[in-house]
Design a protein around this ligand. Sequence first.
Ligand code: ADP
Ligand code: MG
Ligand code: MG
Length: 252
Amino acid sequence: MSTLVIKDLHVEIEGKQILKGVNLSINTSEIHAIMGPNGTGKSTLASAIMGHPKYEVTQGTIELDGEDVLAMEVDERARAGLFLAMQYPSEISGVTNADFMRSAMNARREEGNEVSLMKFIRELDSKMETLAMDQDMAQRYLNEGFSGGEKKRNEILQMMMIKPTFAVLDEIDSGLDIDALKVVSEGINQMKGENFGCLIITHYQRLLNYITPDHVHVMMQGRVVKSGGPELAHKLEAEGYDWIKAELGIED
Ligand code: ADP
Ligand code: MG
Ligand code: MG
């Protein structure tokens, strides 16, 4: 079992304090969901986990199996088994989608033990079929000209190919129609298992109709203010966030 442990995480962006003491612990085989209003720091948490240079950690720790993640460069974090599906994936011209995924997969393997081209293509074909993606997307430049929904599917494709130990999925459901939502969920559900843990960041409960999280957390004003089981997501869907604000005496 692997664990990702976040303790008392404080993060600033351009001198502005965004995260104010986030605590979160995720084991492999678990799916966690973080919900919360816009602007509460969910994407900031995702970026801090992956080591985006704009986000300055001023206090707290992130450890992967006891290793100090904050001391690692971005590429080291990826090699250590962390993966982020970004809320707004960037377009990279000149690098094909397939080449990008193959180098990311090989970066996690020992030299001399790279995945063979045949095996890579077979696996890519089958995962793209699961995600109902056009085969020619593999040879296109990374995210270039992809529609919003195609970008999201492509993030999940990368995750399925790279097989990270922990994936952080930032609003992977936003902008997806119901069919796309189903295939993306199917991809995430296929990953479920003892060697995989997942943190799903979402604004809406609807994704959680297809993926049942083991734990649901609510983030507000830069902290995780409430945690529970899947029923918490249903309650948020039905009642919004006001009752939590009232409970905690938060005003907005
Ligand atoms: P969420 O994902 O929960 O909607 P974010 O983490 O994106 O929230 O943003 C949290 C706060 O940090 C917001 O007030 C937002 O305006 C601010 N913020 C996020 N990214 C940046 C940035 N690159 N520069 C300045 N402020 C930022
Ligand atoms: Mg947002
Ligand atoms: Mg966000």
